[in-house]
Design a protein around this ligand. Sequence first.
Ligand SMILES: Cc1cc2nc3c(=O)[nH]c(=O)nc-3n(C[C@H](O)[C@H](O)[C@H](O)COP(=O)(O)O)c2cc1C
Length: 357
Amino acid sequence: MNNNLFSNIEVAGQTLNNRMVMAPMTRNRAPDNIANAMMAEHYAQRAGAGLIITEGTQLSEQAVGYPATPGIYNQQQVKGWRLVTDAVHAKGSCIFAQLWHCGRISHPSYHNGELPVAPSAITPSGSAFTYEGLQPFVEPRALETSELPGIVEQYRHGAACAIEAGFDGVEIHAANGYLIDQFIRDGSNRRSDQYGGSLENRIRLLLQIVSAVGNEVGHHKVGVRISPINAFNDMSDSDPQSTFNHVATSLSGLGLAFLHVVEVDMTGQSDPDFDMLQLREKFDGIYIANGAYDKSRGNRSIAAGRADLIAFGVPFLANPDLPQRFRIDAPLNKADEATFYGGDEHGYNDYPVLRSD
Ligand SMILES: Cc1cc2nc3c(=O)[nH]c(=O)nc-3n(C[C@H](O)[C@H](O)[C@H](O)COP(=O)(O)O)c2cc1C
């Protein structure tokens, strides 16, 4: 029989209960940058997922770019996340932390007036989310070559903290226009050192981070997320297929936990000119597909071997018991976009579940 969303699969040395992944989703409910009991409840409610990937979790003060997002670099934050990992493990699921550095998608108000950092001093169009509301992005400061080992070290340290907090692994956020993606794509990287120019140079930082994090926690506990066609955060590349084929090939043979691909842009559209299957074929490990999937499309992709697991974002946000609903073809709750970013339990922990009687 073909595999489907409900088949088991082994990831990071653990057998997952199903192939449904809760996609990473920032919810801005960590007022002091520390994960809390309300968040533990939120993730535990969604532990029917075979694998949960947390919201983006910053690696340092330099890495912050949004209000009230959790971090993973000091002991208080480790303690906060321990509430989450314990709650999820008690329900029998598996959880990875998404390691995040926003790079130029930030604002001086987060950095005592200092500029956000980036591969190159190119101002993204759009506005930063700050504690004082939306403010235009500023021209970031290009990182010196000599600073890049320090960036790699932030990822290594964050990964070590994640394991200390009880996570089963980490996902390196190389998607959606944040720091690593800013290095990968040539619209935001105009460097002339060994981290810019050729494809090889543009993915050097990603590979150094994967290597440092893998050596710290074990490569089998490290996943990578990419978003080849997503223009969000003013991203562009002159040849996305070649760029991301090269990324997928370079991440092969390292024994990683998975490659996680956002296959759509921010509006949920795919690009007929980009062939995602090439990434699937070039990467030798587990492939997680994400972006506007529903039950039937997810099952079809897994059965056809186009993906090993499917990550669901908004469907999991609005349906804590999504796997159960899929199992019995129950209707889904509608997501309330007004409560996506910031706020309290409302729109976070009060989405209804199916009655069990
Ligand atoms: C509220 C919200 C927050 C998000 N935050 C993150 C994030 O922190 N990290 C990330 O990689 N993607 C983030 N995303 C993108 C989702 O992980 C996912 O790629 C997107 O929702 C498309 O999947 P879907 O069609 O199943 O919702 C976010 C999406 C939403 C709706």
